[in-house]
Design a protein around this ligand. Structure first.
Ligand code: PBG
Length: 428
């Protein structure tokens, strides 16, 4: 039994000679046809895996029990290798010579077990961070622009949602508060009120579920009467260093309440180092900083701003959030955040910015987070409601793709629904 590999025209190696009595799967390549060798033959049909269909067909068995097979094997009796069976194409299928290919990548995709074995990226509930909107009220108020999302009452709805998420393996949460208008001001001082909504919610959650991970948003917009992430000067400029001062107080207040990871989403310059020093000065060396490193001035945040009623009162956020046209600039932000002591780097939005996720992944050893933002969520929900797409499949694919691009963790409004699917339950 010898097989000789020799270069065929075009430098492609093909199997020239083979002992075809021994190897069912390695018959010499027929030069005539590769269809229909069993029609009318008495050969037992060997159903093969169909490479072009999701419906897998198993090899027909001899019908013997395991014991009978064992006995036969012990007695040295082995059944003949099944004859080669090539199912036919439909009438009219062209009869062609097999292409002389050394690589047929489809071979590694031909069965569920092979596909699972070679899957490069995985998705798990532990990769998700669940963003939760909270408010002072008792009721859970549905958010029109984000079907399935609510402004949760911080005393009841919040605890219930966390309970349900934990049930499917989601243990990380990020809180976004809806602040009543009378508490908003131009300098956003409610942001560091130790008895404000966020610190109260953190304390309650930590009391009830001590082992969860609580991320907080560090930015002034929910607290700013101008709806901006920083303090607005009389000429409309967003003041950088003065805002950073406020953000430090906000981060320390959140840490004092028990936050595990403070997450500056404001895009002011130098805020990571300032926050690190402020936390350390108060003894919060163990509180992590997840920096919104590459946060773009994106229209995909629209539904979120409706959820929190936090639209900027004038202008836009283009003097602090990044220009969606820019790629290299994300490296400038990455280098700054790394040097300033960020623990996790975040890219936002998600799916339209996969190249930025990969850029950060390849240029930093730190964990990378991505935020699949409100607009991305709402588009998938809307497409599902209109029956234009399969919501569940698109949801799972979008999350997997964010992981493939290089994200370790994903902030996503689908966290609980997707985790339910991963746990083998119907989403929601
Ligand atoms: C503001 C903030 C925003 C989001 C998270 N934090 C909105 C903005 O920058 O205007 C958007 C999240 C989403 O759209 O889901 N600090």
């Amino acid at each position: 039994m010898a097989s000789i590999l020799s270069p065929a025209p075009g430098n492609v190696g093909v199997v020239r000679s083979i002992d075809d009595k021994t190897y069912v799967g390695l018959r010499p390549l027929s030069t005539r046809t590769h269809v229909a060798v069993t029609r009318g033959s008495k050969a037992r049909p060997l159903a093969v895996v169909r490479a072009s269909s999701e419906k897998e067909v198993s090899v027909k068995s001899s019908g013997l029990s395991i014991e009978e097979c064992e006995a036969a094997a012990v007695a040295g009796k082995f059944s003949d290798p099944p004859p080669l069976y090539r199912p036919q194409g439909p009438k009219g299928t062209p009869i062609v010579q097999p292409l002389p290919l050394t690589r047929r990548p489809r071979r590694n995709r031909k069965s569920p077990a092979l596909r699972a074995a070679f899957q490069e990226t995985t998705l798990s509930p532990s990769n998700f961070v669940h963003p939760l909107f909270i408010h002072e009220g008792e009721e859970d108020v549905p958010i029109g622009a984000m079907p399935g999302c609510f402004r949760l009452g911080w005393r009841h709805g919040l605890l219930e949602e966390v309970y349900k998420a934990r049930d499917v393996g989601v243990n990380s949460f990020v809180l976004f508060p809806k602040i009543p208008d009378p508490l908003k001001s131009q300098t956003g001082d409610e942001a560091y009120n130790d008895n404000g909504l966020v610190p109260r919610a953190i304390r309650l959650l930590k009391d009830k579920y001590p082992d969860i991970v609580i991320y907080t948003d560090v930015a002034l917009d929910p607290y700013s009467s101008d709806g901006h992430d920083g303090i607005v000067r009389e000429d409309g400029v967003i003041m950088n260093d003065e805002t950073v001062h406020q953000l430090c107080r906000q981060a320390v207040s959140q840490a004092r309440a028990g936050a595990d990871v403070v997450s500056p989403s404001d895009m002011m310059d130098g805020r990571i180092l300032a926050i690190r020093m402020a936390l350390d000065a108060e003894g919060f060396q163990d509180v992590s900083i997840m920096s919104y490193t590459a946060k773009y001035a994106s229209a995909f945040y629209g539904p979120f701003r409706e959820a929190l009623d936090s639209n900027p009162r004038f202008g836009d956020k283009k003097t602090y959030q990044m220009n969606p046209a820019n790629y290299r600039e994300a490296l400038v932000e990455t280098e700054a955040d790394e040097a300033e002591g960020a623990d996790i780097l975040l890219v936002k939005p998600g799916l339209p910015y996969l190249d930025i996720i990969r850029l950060l992944r390849d240029n930093s050893s730190l964990p990378i987070a991505v935020y699949q933002v409100s607009g991305e969520y709402s588009m998938i929900k809307a497409g599902g409601v209109l029956k234009m797409i399969d919501e569940e499949k698109v949801m799972m694919e979008s999350l997997l793709c964010l992981r493939r691009a290089g994200a370790d963790i994903i902030l996503t409004y689908f966290a609980r629904q997707a985790a339910s699917v991963l746990c083998g339950m119907k989403g929601n």
